[in-house]
Design a protein around this ligand. Structure first.
Ligand SMILES: [Cu+2]
Length: 154
């Protein structure tokens, strides 16, 4: 009996340990995709949503990927009726119980100097580096150029 009880206790401890370790920052990355590019494109736009289920804010510091020379986080803003963009400095905040959204028409990821044209149906990998949650591998799906938003200008 004692052995059984000890085994049960051990199993409970294991479960507790696993449930504590599993959420790791409480972040989920969803809807990671990039827009297909013409053959000679020098930039490409990519999007994703980071959902924070925890009560602690985090920050997306940078994105590493072999798909481009660099990946910048860009913020869109309106200047005298013109939509313009600028890099988000110092990382992008993922609010507690909230989300960080990069979506067409708003903030976006800019792939500077793509290694090759992005072709619809292909995928590529990138690593998101968070201040608290650390590195996260994410797979982006490339979608056709005739997507749900117009191409934006640089
Ligand atoms: Cu941009």
């Amino acid at each position: 009996m004692r052995l059984v009880r000890n085994l049960l206790l051990f199993a409970l401890m294991l479960l507790a340990g696993i449930s504590l370790a599993a959420p790791r920052g409480g972040l989920r990355v969803e809807r990671a995709w990039a827009r297909a590019t013409p053959p000679m494109a020098t930039v490409a736009a990519a999007y994703l949503v980071v959902i924070n289920d925890s009560g602690t804010p985090d920050r997306l510091l940078r994105i590493d990927s072999a798909i481009a020379q660099s990946v910048e986080m860009h913020q869109s803003y309106n200047e005298g009726g013109m939509m313009r963009m600028r890099p988000i400095e110092g990382g992008a905040v993922v609010p507690a119980h909230g989300q960080l959204s990069f979506a067409p028409g708003g903030n976006h990821l800019m792939l500077i100097g793509p290694a090759h044209p992005l072709v619809a149906g292909e995928t590529f990998e990138a690593t998101l580096v968070f201040e608290r949650a650390g590195p996260r591998k994410v797979r982006f799906e490339v979608r056709g150029m005739d997507g749900d938003a117009p191409m934006h200008m640089h």
